[in-house]
Design a protein around this ligand. Structure first.
Ligand code: ASP
Length: 584
C-alpha cells in the first residue's frame, strides 16, 4: 500500500493516527535542527516535520537533501501543529515522519510549480506534465471532467445514446482543410480525419438511433488564429423527427442545466435574435449581450451634408460609449489609433461628445450643427456624459470594425464580467456565403443544411438572400454551438450540391453514400454541435481554451512537448508509397 490517505485529507480529527502518504516535494524549509517539507499530490498539501529530537540523524540528513519535486513516501503520526495555518485545509496538523522512502529523484524543474509560475507559455508547453502539476492547470482539467460528466448525465437522461464514429474517413466539405492520412493498404489513397462526424450522425438518424450524441475529437487544418486548436472537441448531437423548436429547447435545456450545476446560475429563457438583426445591432453574429452599446445606423441623419467621407459610405454607424465624454483628447486619439490598427482596419473615427449641459462637441463641427448631433445622440441612445463614436464605409467591414471597438471598450469598462452569463440563440443564418477568393458561393454552415421552407426557388435568382434553418448558440460573445435542420431527401440535396458548384459526378463521388441513404427512408432530422473546449473555458470564467486542454498545440500547430509533427523515415515513406518533393 503506497498510501493510507492523500495529501489533502488529514484534519485535526486524525491526530495521533499512524498514516502513510506519498507525493511530490513542493518545498522544504531547513532550520538545521528542524526541517519542514510540504508534500503535494492532486488532492492537496500536507506538512511533514523532521526534528533533531525525534528524528534519527540519517533521516534528518535525508530530509535535508530532498529536492523539489522528489517523489517520496512517508510513514508517520499525525500531530497537532504548533502554529496552525488557516489558509491550508490541512493546516491544523503536520506529520511527524518515522520512515522516509525516496521513490524517485527529480531534476530541478525548469519553472516553479506554483500557482503563479515564472515559466513562459512555450516552456510550460514543453514540460506540460510539470505544468499539469500546477493548481490552475490541474483544476481546469478537473473542471473539464466535471462539465463533461454533467453533459453525459443530462443527455443520457434525455434519452440520447453516445455512439462513436470513425476517425479515418473521407473528406467532408465543412469549410476547412482536411488533415489527411495515407493508406498503406490502398496505395495512393488517403483517409481524411473528420472535421466533424456530420455525415455519420446523419446516417445514424437514417439508421434509426433517433437521439445521438458523442464527445468527439474533430480535426481542421486551418491557419491558427489566436486560441484555435487543430484538434478540438465537440459535443456532437443529432435528433430525428424534430423541428427547429425541438432542437432549440433540447440544447437550451442542456446549457441551462450546465449553468445551474456547474456555476449555480439560473438563466431565463434564452433570447432569440435573427442573424440579420445581430449583424445590424451588434455588427457580429455572436453578440455579447451582457452590455448595451447597440449600434445606431446614422445614414439618414449624417449623410447629404458636406462631409464626403460619410456621403460616399455605404454605412455610417455609431455607438454611445457610456461616460465616454470624460475621455481626454489624448485618450480619444488613442482610441482612434486603436481602430486604425491593421487588425481592425478602420480609416478613422468621428466622435461627438455629449456634454452634461445637453450641448455637443464633435470632431466634425464644421459639417454638423447641434441639431444634427442631437440626432446622432438619439439614434445611438447617447446620454449627457457619453461619447458617440462613429465609423463609416463598406457595410460588412464597418460593422466588423465597430463591433471590435464595442468589445474593446466594454473590456476597458469592465463590462465583460466572466461571472455573468448571457446566452442567446442567433437564428436564420444565410444559407450561402460569398467567397472572395474562389468567387463562388459556399455553404455558410455546411452543404447538408436545409433552406428555410419555401426559399429553395430563391436559390436561382438571389442565392445570397436565402436563409437557412440554421442556428448558433452564443454565450458571452462566443459561439459555443451551432447546427441546423438537415436536408433529408435526395432531390433537395442534389439541388444543393448543384448550386454549390458540384457536378453530379463530383457529388456522387463525394457524397454518394449519403444520397443513397436518403433513398432508404431518411427521417427528418437535425442537430448541433457544441465546442466543448470553449464551453468549458467560458463556464470556468476564462476565454482561452489552452488551459482546459491537457496537451494543446501552439499557434503553429506544433506539440512542442513530443515535437510533432516530425519527419518519418524512408522505410515508412516507402511502405506508404510516398515520395517527398520538398521545396528546400
Ligand atoms: N457539424 C457541424 C459543425 O461542426 C455542427 C452541426 O451542424 O451539427 O459545426
Amino acid at each position: 500500500m503506497y498510501r493510507s490517505h492523500n495529501c489533502g485529507e488529514l484534519r485535526a480529527s486524525h491526530i495521533n493516527t499512524e498514516i502513510t502518504l506519498a507525493g511530490w516535494v513542493q518545498k522544504s524549509r531547513d532550520k538545521g535542527f528542524i526541517v519542514w517539507v510540504d508534500l503535494r499530490d492532486r488532492y492537496g498539501m500536507t506538512q511533514l516535520v523532521f526534528d533533531e529530537e525525534r528524528t534519527s540523524k540519517e533521516m534528518m540528513k535525508q530530509a535535508q537533501d530532498l529536492g523539489r519535486e522528489f517523489v517520496i513516501q512517508v510513514k508517520g503520526k499525525v500531530i497537532e501543529r504548533a502554529s496552525k495555518n488557516p489558509n491550508m485545509p490541512t493546516g491544523d496538523i503536520e506529520i511527524l515522519v518515522s520512515e522516509l522512502t525516496i521513490l524517485n529523484e527529480a531534476k530541478l524543474p525548469p519553472f516553479t510549480i506554483e500557482d503563479e509560475t515564472d515559466g513562459g507559455e512555450e516552456l510550460r508547453m514543453k514540460y506540460r506534465y510539470l505544468d499539469i502539476r500546477r493548481n490552475p492547470v490541474k483544476d481546469s482539467l478537473i473542471f473539464r471532467h466535471k462539465v463533461t460528466q454533467e453533459v453525459r448525465n443530462y443527455l443520457s437522461k434525455e434519452g440520447f445514446i453516445e455512439v462513436e464514429t470513425p476517425y479515418l474517413i473521407k473528406s467532408t466539405p465543412e469549410g476547412a482543410r482536411d488533415f489527411v492520412v495515407p493508406s498503406r493498404m490502398n496505395e495512393g489513397q488517403f483517409y481524411a480525419l473528420p472535421q466533424s462526424p456530420q455525415t455519420f450522425k446523419q446516417l445514424l438518424m437514417v439508421g434509426g438511433m433517433d437521439k445521438y450524441f458523442q464527445i468527439v475529437k474533430c480535426f481542421r487544418d486551418e491557419d491558427l488564429r489566436a486560441d484555435r486548436q487543430p484538434e478540438f472537441t465537440q459535443i456532437d448531437c443529432e435528433m430525428a423527427f424534430i423541428d427547429q423548436e425541438d432542437i432549440l429547447n433540447a440544447f437550451e435545456g442542456l446549457t441551462r442545466y450546465l449553468l445551474k450545476e456547474i456555476n449555480g446560475v439560473e438563466v431565463e429563457k434564452f433570447p432569440r435574435m435573427l442573424y440579420d438583426d445581430a449583424m445590424r445591432i451588434y455588427g457580429n453574429d455572436k453578440p455579447d449581450i451582457r452590455f448595451g452599446m447597440e449600434f445606431g445606423e446614422l445614414n439618414e441623419v449624417a449623410q447629404h451634408k458636406e462631409f464626403n467621407v460619410f456621403n460616399s459610405a455605404e454605412l455610417v454607424v455609431g455607438i454611445a460609449v457610456p461616460g465616454g465624454n470624460s475621455y481626454t483628447r489624448k485618450e480619444i486619439d488613442k482610441l482612434i489609433d486603436w481602430v486604425r490598427r491593421p487588425q481592425v482596419g478602420a480609416l478613422g473615427m468621428v466622435y461627438s461628445r455629449c456634454n452634461d449641459d445637453g450641448s455637443y462637441k464633435s470632431s466634425v463641427d464644421k459639417f454638423y450643427d447641434q441639431d444634427d448631433l442631437a440626432k446622432w445622440a438619439e439614434v445611438t441612445g447617447a446620454k449627457p456624459g457619453d461619447l458617440v463614436c462613429v465609423l463609416s464605409g463598406d457595410t460588412n467591414k464597418v460593422r466588423a470594425q465597430l463591433s471590435a471597438l464595442r468589445m474593446e471598450i466594454a473590456e476597458r469598462l469592465g463590462l465583460r464580467n466572466p461571472k455573468t452569463f448571457a446566452p442567446l440563440w442567433v437564428m436564420d443564418f444565410p444559407l450561402l456565403e460569398w467567397d472572395e477568393d474562389s468567387e463562388r458561393f459556399h455553404a455558410m454552415h455546411h452543404p447538408f443544411t436545409s433552406p428555410k421552407p419555401g426559399q429553395l426557388e430563391l436559390l436561382k435568382t438571389n442565392p445570397g438572400d436565402v436563409k437557412a434553418n440554421a442556428y448558433d448558440l452564443v454565450l458571452n460573445g462566443n459561439e459555443i454551438g451551432g447546427g441546423s435542420i438537415r436536408i433529408h431527401d435526395k432531390e433537395t440535396q442534389a439541388l444543393m450540391f448543384d448550386y454549390l458548384g458540384f457536378t453530379p459526378e463530383e457529388a456522387k463521388a463525394q457524397f454518394g453514400f449519403l444520397m443513397d441513404a436518403f433513398e432508404y427512408g431518411a427521417p427528418p432530422h437535425g442537430g448541433l454541435a457544441f465546442g466543448l473546449d470553449r464551453l468549458v473555458a467560458i463556464l470556468g470564467g476564462q476565454e482561452t481554451i489552452r488551459d482546459f486542454i491537457a496537451f494543446p498545440k501552439n499557434n503553429n500547430g506544433r506539440d512542442v512537448m513530443i515535437d510533432a509533427p516530425a519527419p518519418i523515415d524512408d522505410d515508412q515513406l516507402k511502405e506508404l508509397s510516398l515520395k517527398l518533393n520538398l521545396k528546400s
